[in-house]
Design a protein around this ligand. Structure first.
Ligand SMILES: [Zn+2]
Ligand SMILES: [Zn+2]
Length: 270
């Protein structure tokens, strides 16, 4: 990989461990073409308040713009946001946004967090242990998010985060696959990049990046581009697992990946 970027990152402004300055420094030291801050968007949910950006994002914006000045001419610094499906803010005024579903509805009408094992277990029970029905609820949300044309569609099969051993559903099941593909088909490959995300690897939840190969192959058939991201929550994870992510992209038939820069996105050899 000759060139790469790191534009899915979290800092102490949301639920990350490192400051934005430390994240930018790590990206520059790793040789990234661009660094993007993508703090978790604010939501009205009480349980979120410690791990998301405040409603007033002025300080966050200022710090990203300060870093942009600091790195001018050396590395592009982009102002982004990871917009949750329950967000009560918009991505207006940001350079780019990552559209990510972290919650799904369950049969009683309430929401459960997808990327926390205990809540996923509760959701699975609520769907009478029908993991494919649970996944269908998640992918319906993904489809709604994808239809909003995010710059990047985030961790599209997050519902499989805790499913490497197949405990909730069989990822080869036709019901699972058709729900996942339906969600993906709502994305516009001319407007949206699909990320290959190594975040769950760096935190020890998964041994391979998102998404599954069948989704990547479908995206390629749709004419879609991919971007490698680390979903880093610490400076040490800034380009974690990019070799594995590139290998997955190649396995899906990709020879190039997209880079997000100050002048939009362009492609570079994997
Ligand atoms: Zn996320
Ligand atoms: Zn993230």
């Amino acid at each position: 990989m000759r060139e790469f970027c790191s534009v899915h990152t979290h800092s102490t402004f949301c639920d990350g461990e490192s400051t934005l300055e430390e994240m930018a420094r790590a990206a520059f030291a790793a040789g990234a073409v661009s660094f993007g801050a993508s703090g978790h968007s604010h939501t009205p949910l009480p349980e979120d308040q410690d791990g998301v950006l405040p409603l007033d994002m002025t300080a966050y914006r200022r710090e990203v713009l300060r870093l942009r000045e600091d790195y001018a001419g050396r590395m592009d610094v982009l102002l982004g946001i990871e917009l949750d499906n329950c967000a009560d803010v918009t991505a207006e005024g940001f350079d780019y946004w990552i559209g990510s579903v972290h919650r799904m509805g369950i049969p009683d009408g309430s929401l459960r967090t997808v990327d926390w094992s205990q809540e996923l277990l509760e959701a699975w029970e609520a769907f009478s242990r029908d993991g494919c029905a649970m996944a269908a609820s998640y992918y319906a949300e993904v489809g709604r998010m994808a239809a909003r044309k995010p710059t990047i569609l985030g961790h599209v099969d997050l519902v499989a985060k805790f499913n490497e051993d197949g405990r909730f559903f069989d990822e080869g099941d036709a019901r699972y696959r058709s729900a996942a593909l339906e969600g993906l088909h709502a994305a516009d490959p001319r407007e949206t990049l699909l990320e290959i995300n190594t975040g769950a690897m760096s935190r020890g939840y998964r041994s391979v990046p998102y998404p599954a190969l069948f989704l990547l192959r479908e995206w390629r058939d749709m004419g879609g581009k991919v971007i490698l991201t680390s979903d880093a929550h610490s400076a040490s994870a800034i380009v974690w697992g990019y070799g594995e992510a590139a290998a997955l992209a190649r396995a899906a038939g990709y020879e190039r990946a997209a880079l997000l820069t100050a002048s939009g996105w362009r492609e570079s050899s994997l």
